[in-house]
Design a protein around this ligand. Sequence first.
Ligand code: PLP
Length: 412
Amino acid sequence: MFHYENEQLLCEQTGLDEIARATGTPCYVYSSAAILGAYRAYHTALSGIPHVICYAVKANSTLAVLALLAKEGCGFDIVSGGELYRVLKAGGDPARVVFSGVGKTSEEIEFALRSGICNFNCESEGELAEIDAVAGRLGVTARFSLRVNPDVDAVTHPYISTGLRDHKFGIDIADAPAVYGRARAFTNLRASGVSCHIGSQILDYAPILEAAGKVLDLIERLRAEGHGIDHVDLGGGLGIAYQEADNAPGIGEFIAALRGRLEGAGLTVMVEPGRSIVGNAGVLLTKVLYRKQSPAKEFVIVDAAMNDLIRPALYKAHHEILPLRREAGLEIVADVVGPVCETGDFLARDRSLTAPRQGDFLAIASAGAYGFVQASNYNSRPRPAEVLVEGGEWRVVRKRETPEDLINGETL
Ligand SMILES: *Cc1c(COP(=O)(O)O)cnc(C)c1O
């Protein structure tokens, strides 16, 4: 959805230069067509199998993005009461919400039960007891699945791998039958599914297939033991191409590989994609403030920083950097850095790019997932504006923060 026409970078039919000039920078821009296209790719690939696509809200929780998906009938995977609040504000259907995460508080559990969410993905026996207690108090029955840890290696960055034995997530798959057995004692709970999620930015989906196989075997056993399991939740994690060398599988190809095991299983299939829905649907626009040559290195200093997009600093993540206006020029190798007072504040290191001039706009690509959601006010920097593009039209869906926003809630 991002492409050059007459050497100008467009999002759908909208020139990004126009947005940068009108809203200022830094500014996130999202393509509604890209978001909907990815959602529909999952929906189409799963046709013929009962399914619910639960978009992982933590990847990008901007109301306008959630509303776009809610209107399509998308479900949501939440990891906090705050995310549930956002989903409801955006018009999401609580009956298509699943609640994941290792540390749900009793207040969050109560909010979720009162809202009528579909299912809790539980990660410990203590949590089962807590949900049972809250459900009992409210006089409702809570549906749950255990998030099992299938002990497969997702082969991704260690910070976003979650499916190994020594990770904090889930319950060891070998212990799961006993835990489901003990959970029968909780009178306000009903075991309705099994879930897993082994990591993020997974480019080789073989480990997801392996995990799915183990989970489906577990479901067969649980059913034989009399548990009324009606759904399997395979989590999210499908990777995207951040650069040409990344061999990201297509959504259709990935689901097709799973289909054989899912067809005829008599289960509703849930998936929780985040990054693969929004990651390549967004860019972060920034302006070149200065260029600077040190004895060892050349720097391009821009007005976006690690507080706006932390992925390069946190995971050494690669993001392509594209000029909004493509011109012939001198090729340089430079670090693209922000104004924050940290050596870790870089958007790219040793990057070849056409030498930009002061005032030029650049787009940091693939910034739609885990971008704005991880933005902070570090260095008392206002968080950026966000824009949603629909064809040739665009609108600001979140205003840039102001100095007043920075001190909101504080007293002397
Ligand atoms: C983060 C997360 C997801 C989404 O992961 P992506 O890699 O963005 O698809 C899905 N489910 C759970 C439980 C998660 O924690």
